[in-house]
Every structure is written in C-alpha cells, then in structure tokens.
Design a protein around this ligand. Structure first.
Ligand code: GDP
Ligand code: MG
Length: 227
C-alpha cells in the first residue's frame, strides 16, 4: 500500500521595517488591496506590536510583517529599545526563517536615523544574511517621475554604506479626494501597487530563508550589552 505525503512549502516571511510614519502600514494595505493595517497621521505611532498580514501574489502565499517604528520613543509611547527587543524576538521566533527585509523610508530626504537603523537591524540583527530591498514612499510629486528619485539619490546610499538588492520609488496613499470624486494620486498609487508587488515577488524567488537563532536576547539590558 502506498501513501503520498505532500509537505506544504515553508511560508515566505517579509519584514517591513523603518521609522514611524514612513508608510509601512500603508504599503501593507496597498499590497493587500484593502485596508487591514491601521495607519496614523499623528506624531504618535500606532503600531505598538508587530502584526502579520497574509496575501497571495502569483499563486504564492506571503506573510507580511508590520513592525513597530524603530525610532519611536520621546514623544511616542513605545521606547525605541523596546521596539528593538520586540523586533528581535519576532525575527528569532519565525520558524520558517526570514525571506526578505523591506526597509521603508519616507522621501524625499535621507535622514541620519536611516543609516543608524540600517546598521542596527541589517548588520547587527541579520548579519547581512537576508536580501534587503528599499521602499521609498511619498514620491507622488517627484518630477519627472517617481523612479527618478533613485537615480538622483542612489549615490548617497552608497556613500553611507547602505546596499540594497532592489528598490521601489512609490506613493503609498491615494491622496486627497477631489471634487470630481477621484483621488489626487490614484495614478501614482496604482503604479506603485504593481511596482511594490513585483519587488517582493522578484526578490523572494529562490531565496533560502534565514533563521536567526544564534544569539538570545531576553531583555532591554541584554540588548544594550549586545551593541
Ligand atoms: N503623501 C504621502 N503620505 C503617505 C504616503 N504613505 C503613507 N502616507 C501617510 O503617512 C502617514 C503615516 O503612514 P503609516 O502607513 O501609518 O506609517 P507607519 O507608521 O510607517 O505604519 C499616514 O497619514 C499616511 O496616510 C505616501 O506615499 N505619500
Ligand atoms: Mg504603522
């Protein structure tokens, strides 16, 4: 007698990270095609816990993680180090490992925190073992088009030692609803949706997920000692 065992493929885990208000939750809603992740326009971030959203693209399942803003603290209610500990624990507990990191930033300016967070998260936590891509939001007014932002700014990333396997220059919100009932940035938004989905699908293809399990950090104190 024969029996056929079919094992499910491991799920692909995509981690979105970046500072508060850079558009992580908006990107997730854009990828999903509906509003599932709460977004916030206030100074205080609204993602205090890491949450996961599941979506299908090109017949594959992707688990997209919305994470706490890395530089929340001061005015915010979540302390930055606490956010780091939570992120670290999230990464460590992913049984199938990490498939792709998406570093989100709000254009058009490159900030100091951008490099710091890249170093802590990518070099520190992930030991550069996972593919990382960049998503730059708020480029709806970029002339002549959103992608031109990368051409203008790519040298700066190189200068600061930040390398990415791919990038997306996008608009993660539709913008204001106009009198004629249409949204101001609908065209840029629709284009961005395609660009963002393609970026994830392309950079997850053939990736061997990476498991972070060598170092164990249990508290803020451990983390402080670690760095
Ligand atoms: N103009 C503009 N606003 C955006 C864009 N993406 C997000 N936002 C707005 O920025 C604010 C913060 O976005 P949110 O997704 O909550 O950021 P998060 O804290 O990284 O999750 C919200 O008011 C969004 O509507 C964008 O591409 N352009
Ligand atoms: Mg959020």
């Amino acid at each position: 007698m024969f029996s056929i065992f079919t094992s499910l493929p491991p799920s692909m885990n995509i981690i979105l990270f970046g500072s508060t208000g850079c558009g992580k939750s908006s990107i997730i809603n854009m990828l999903l095609g509906h509003d599932a992740a709460p977004t916030s326009s206030g100074a205080v971030g609204c993602t205090f816990e890491n949450s996961v959203y599941v979506t299908r693209m090109e017949e594959k399942e992707y688990r997209i993680y919305d994470t706490t803003g890395l530089d929340e603290g001061d005015a915010g209610t979540v302390v930055s180090k606490d956010a780091l500990v939570k992120l670290y624990k999230l990464l460590r507990n992913l049984e199938d490992g990490i498939t792709l990191l998406v570093y989100c930033m709000r254009g058009p300016r490159i900030t100091e925190a951008l490099q710091r967070n890249y170093i802590v998260f990518y070099d520190g936590f992930c030991r550069k073992k996972v593919p990382i891509v960049l998503a730059v939001t708020a480029l709806e007014d970029q002339e002549p088009d959103m992608e031109s932002w990368w051409t203008e700014n790519k040298d700066a990333f190189q200068k600061y030692g930040m390398e990415f396997s791919g990038h997306a220059c996008i608009t993660a919100t539709r913008g204001k609803k106009m009198r004629n009932g249409e949204f101001r940035n609908q065209a840029e938004y629709s284009e961005s949706q395609g660009v963002m989905r393609d970026l994830i699908v392309k950079h997850c293809r053939g990736v061997e997920p990476w498991k972070l399990n060598l170092v164990y950090i249990h508290s803020e104190l451990d983390l402080a000692l670690f760095f």
